[in-house]
Design a protein around this ligand. Structure first.
Ligand code: PLZ
Length: 443
């Protein structure tokens, strides 16, 4: 494990000269379609700090987009993955299996909501897990249609582009998209026309009406939703929405899929965000936080559904790679040992208190939302609810210049989101919030 001092330190401008040199090389060699939020090149990272090649130490409020919840070089992850690397790197689970894969599936069965019989299949990326959840739901139901929601994000592969709501940058010019995908409203409280208090009941009624009238419930294989919408703007569907949609799915033989790729594994202060409303999904997709930074993803769900595809119908060369599985076992061990659900809840307390104080001073903060260490503010133009992507971008830039890595998101690009590693120290957390407050004063 990298013993990086847990202190912010700026020794050059951001990005520094070595980062700029690497960025120039990168522009010559790396495809232009692959962007970076902040072209500061990483040298090492752990806890709440990313150290760059110039020796700057940045406070990390991004966790590599909600991945390194246990830190970027967590002791148990490094120990277990290193040991596995020395034993063997790969055999392909579809050729000669190994124990780590089975053990990760056993952990997933224990940790995911519901006490029914469960099975899992492992993959490499979130998008791949979502694609496979659709394959499993179609094989199980022998139906084709898939229902997704406004502001939803599920990936960048062909099928998941179709499932994703936002055009730029994810879909523009990349069609044609997969057929049999239908989008319905989500209970976005802050922007619901008749008010947040009505959003849960009204949005679920509208969504269900659209499914029944426009698609036909009997044609729907799966309904896929993020229990807290991530890229779409950290939207928590208003109370009652998830249970209503989940019940409708169950009543109509539709597979209810919770995409917990961003919200799962202690991020929201629960193992999975859907636990907050006692929703038990049929299938649950996970990735990101599961393996402490190594590429691993999973579909976990009711055994009878998971067993619907024929043998050989699911897989992939690298899915459930042994090093990634060892890392996942290390990450899960760390989450339990350090009680990262409690840590996430504490992060929420600290952040929301600080953000509420900022909101009292600046009326461009339209909404503060999110749970655990998945917190965001939605920025609007003064005195309106009009999205304010300009202020959002300027605030992010101001934070970056001071050595605080923050990310933006949202359909309108007007959401500043905070995803610190769950192991971040409270001093760094508060220092990050100081920087955000100072950025507001400047912008
Ligand atoms: N489902 C809910 O959040 C990935 C993507 C960022 P992959 N989110 C970050 C970007 O610009 O590509 C995500 C997610 C939810 C699916 C995915 C896809 O996971 O591992 O990126 O494929």
């Amino acid at each position: 494990m990298s013993a990086i001092p847990q202190e912010r330190r700026l020794v050059t401008a951001i990005p520094g000269p070595k980062s700029q040199e690497l960025q120039a090389r990168r522009l010559g060699a790396v495809a232009g379609g692959v962007g970076s939020v902040l072209p500061v090149f990483a040298a090492r990272a752990n806890g709440g700090i990313i150290e760059d090649v110039d020796g700057n130490r940045l406070i990390d409020f991004g966790s590599g987009i909600a991945v390194t919840s246990v830190g970027s070089s967590a002791e148990a992850v490094v120990r277990r993955a290193s040991a596995q690397l020395a034993e063997f790197t790969h055999t392909c689970f579809m050729v000669t299996p190994y124990e780590g894969y089975v053990e990760v599936c056993e952990r997933l069965a224990e940790l995911t909501p519901g006490d029914h019989a469960k099975k899992s299949a492992l993959f490499n990326s979130g998008a791949e897990a979502v694609e496979n959840a659709v394959k499993i739901a179609r094989a199980y139901t022998k139906r084709q249609a898939v229902v997704v929601f406004d502001h939803g994000y599920h990936g960048r592969t062909n099928l998941t582009m179709a499932l994703t709501a936002k055009n730029m940058p994810y879909k523009n010019g990349f069609g044609p998209f997969a057929p049999e995908i239908y989008r319905v409203p989500v209970a976005y409280g802050y922007r619901w026309p008749t008010g947040a208090e009505n959003a849960g009941a009204e949005a679920s009624a509208q969504a269900i009406d659209m499914i029944v009238k426009q698609i036909g419930a009997e044609n729907v294989a799966a309904i896929i939703i993020e229990p807290v919408l991530g890229e779409g703007g950290f939207i928590e569907p208003a109370k009652g929405f998830l249970p209503a949609i989940s019940k409708f799915a169950t009543d109509n033989g539709i597979v209810f899929v919770a995409d917990e790729i961003q919200s799962g594994f202690c991020r929201t202060g629960q193992w999975f965000a859907c636990e907050d409303e006692n929703v038990v999904p049929d299938l649950i997709t996970t990735a990101k936080g599961i393996a402490g930074g190594l590429p691993l993803a999973a579909v976990t769900g009711r055994a009878k559904m998971m067993d619907a595809p024929h043998s050989g119908g699911l897989g992939g060369t690298y899915g459930g790679n042994p090093v990634a599985c060892a890392a996942a076992l290390g990450a899960i061990e760390t989450m339990k040992e350090l009680d990262l659900n409690a840590k996430a809840k504490r992060i929420e307390e600290v952040m929301k208190a600080r953000l509420t104080a900022i909101q009292e001073k600046y009326d461009i903060v339209g909404d503060i939302r999110g749970r655990g260490a998945m917190i965001a503010i939605e920025l609007v133009k003064s005195g309106t609810k009009d999205p304010n992507p300009e202020a959002t971008g300027a605030l992010a830039k101001a934070c970056h210049a001071e050595g605080l890595l923050v990310l933006t998101c949202g359909t309108y690009g007007n959401v500043l989101r905070f995803l610190p590693p769950l192991v971040i120290g409270e001093d760094l957390l508060n220092e990050g919030m100081d920087i955000i407050e100072a950025a507001f004063a400047r912008v």
